[in-house]
Design a protein around this ligand. Sequence first.
Ligand code: FAD
Length: 323
Amino acid sequence: MANILVVLEQRDGTLKRVSHEVLTAGRELADSVGGELHAVVLGPESLSTDGLGVYGADKVFATLDARLELYQPSAYLATVAARVNEGDYDAVLLGATALGKDLGPRVAARLLCPFASDVTAIAHDDGIVVSRPVYAGKAVYRLRISGTPCVITVRPNNFAPAESPRAGAVERVALSRDPVANERTVRVKEPDSAALDVSEAPVVVSGGRGLREPENFTLIEDLAAAFGNAAVGASRAVVDAGWRPHSEQVGQTGKTISPSLYVAVGISGAIQHLAGMRTAKVIVAINRDKDAPIFKVADYGIVGDLFEIVPRLTEEIRKIRGN
Ligand SMILES: Cc1cc2nc3c(=O)[nH]c(=O)nc-3n(C[C@H](O)[C@H](O)[C@H](O)COP(=O)(O)OP(=O)(O)OC[C@H]3O[C@@H](n4cnc5c(N)ncnc54)[C@H](O)[C@@H]3O)c2cc1C
């Protein structure tokens, strides 16, 4: 009986939301394969592995060590590869995050097995079949993976975490080698503000060149703050102009995001921008040009001057949310 393995991700001793998403994807796949779902997690001693069974893990292999507070590539690679070699796995799933994008190919190369990146759907149909948007989201390819195990990274914000209680029995696994013998992650530089990350926030309010000058981004920040759970995003035009940091850029050469709500303000909707946000659940566009391409993907469009519309929208959201 083949099983599915997911690699979980933590920060500051707390599991990231993407871990629950990957567990949910893994549970669905394990059910269709008819196997168990196992999870491997590395982190500091303070990391709690409670509750992983809630999201469908039958078994959790936990390697907890003070030196694993930050992502250490060699230790993660050695631990995940050893687990795969010891178990009987059809697939290893990771989030398509900075960590997953680094670790996934390393694991696939070490195990000499197939690798599929940034997938948005996984099915089992006489083998594992994954889907992934291509050509800036204009097409979706389906890829049948021949050979097991395979390594798959799963696009964040695509699988809603769903409870599916299982035992979640935890087995402690000792480090097989010094995690920082060859190289060491010394620190992770946090963004200057404590703002939500565009790739994780459920709501993203993005601004473009239509804002005319960087100071006017306060309109975007105010609207995001009114939602309470929103991150500020930006088009490449304003990032290139130095108005906003690259960490906020949405699109082909920025971040690919799938929030529940995406509000595009003064953004034309160039294909490279759409590549990063067209899988958002609901898209709202505000643009004074009724022919702007953003309206082709928008669920709701407001044609008009953003300098009039955004303050009124912010006011209304504040009223609704009582803040
Ligand atoms: C290889 C490559 C990669 C790229 N990667 C990315 C990427 O990752 N992300 C990205 O965003 N772009 C990317 N681009 C750039 C992309 O092609 C566009 O140039 C960019 O997205 C345009 O940004 P914008 O919509 O803010 O600006 P513009 O295209 O200038 O659009 C501004 C919009 O604001 C509207 N507007 C102006 N004034 C107002 C007003 N008062 N009220 C309401 N609306 C108003 C206008 O009607 C217009 O539609 C890439 C390009 C290339 C070639």
